[in-house]
Design a protein around this ligand. Structure first.
Ligand code: FES
Length: 283
């Protein structure tokens, strides 16, 4: 994990969804080491000698532009994020990568992503990387209402998007959990980024997927795949976000408790296996 700041020039300010601002930085020396699942520390000097440091998930990596896009997560206290006032051309410090990348097995050809509106920022870069590698990607996207949802144009056209809204304004009327039954059996691996309810639903679906009674999905026979050799990543990975902290594993501020012990999201995370018995064990 890098800890030396790299100066990034702000190229553009965008939005993934209402209230979720993105910042695209030109940082060619940084992007070679970035992967989906990583985050960056975005550092800005403030008055009084303070330095604002925010953990921001990487939502897009553009090798041709030499740029990385990060997403500013809504502040826990609901306040205005000073980083949203940055203007193109400004140069600020970036530190990272923070955490470990999402692990995809070599044999994975069908990837399921499950996200709420905030979680979309964590899975967008993964959708691009997987689709460009020829992996079939389905995103189950949940939101309160249609106006909250990230627009489909923010993903590659090849990505299948299943939408659930709580008010039924678009897609399925209900929760993402209602849409999981078939796609959980279809997928070789799954990644979930979202609040407690969506994580619980994904974990429950993953446990059901282990059931020997399952046999077909979407008309195709399904076999249980054993993890062997280079296929050691868990079937389900949960991405847990954190907002602030040292980012180097020293302060303990991002630690969560798992069945196998303490996990620092900035070092061993943010991807957690919530049900497996491999190296990362669920919170
Ligand atoms: S932010 Fe992870 S240990 Fe400090």
């Amino acid at each position: 994990m890098g800890s030396t700041p790299v100066v990034g020039e702000l190229l553009s300010v965008g939005e993934l969804a209402p209230g979720c601002t993105t910042l695209e930085f030109r940082a060619p020396t940084l992007i070679a080491g970035l992967r989906p699942g990583h985050a960056l520390h975005v550092v800005r000097p403030e008055s009084g000698g303070f330095r604002l440091r925010r953990v921001a998930p990487i939502s897009r990596i553009d090798l041709l532009r030499g740029s990385v896009e990060v997403a500013l997560q809504p502040r826990i206290d609901g306040g205005q994020d000073a980083l949203t006032s940055l203007r193109p051309g400004e140069r600020i410090d970036l530190i990272g990568p923070i955490g470990q990348p999402v692990s995809l097995n070599k044999s994975t050809m069908r990837l399921l992503l499950i996200a709420d509106v905030e979680g979309f920022a964590w899975v967008r870069a993964l959708a691009f990387a997987a689709a460009s590698a020829g992996i079939s990607v389905t995103l189950v996207q949940e939101g309160e209402t249609a106006a909250d949802l990230p627009p489909a144009r923010l993903l590659p056209e090849a990505v299948e998007i299943l939408v659930a809204t709580r008010d039924g304004s678009v897609g399925h009327h209900g929760s993402a959990a209602d849409l999981l039954a078939d796609v959980v059996l279809w997928a070789d691996q799954a990644v979930v980024a979202g609040g407690g309810e969506i994580r619980t639903a994904a974990t429950a679906a993953a446990l059901r997927r282990r059931s020997p009674s399952r046999s077909t999905v979407r008309g195709t026979p399904v076999a249980t795949r054993a993890s062997t050799g280079g296929d050691r990543a868990p079937w389900l990975q949960v991405l847990l976000s954190h907002e602030i902290g040292c980012g180097i594993g020293a302060c303990g501020g991002c630690t969560v408790t798992s069945r196998s012990g303490q996990v620092r999201l900035c070092r061993e995370g943010p991807a957690i296996d919530p049900i497996g018995s491999t190296s990362k064990v669920g919170a």
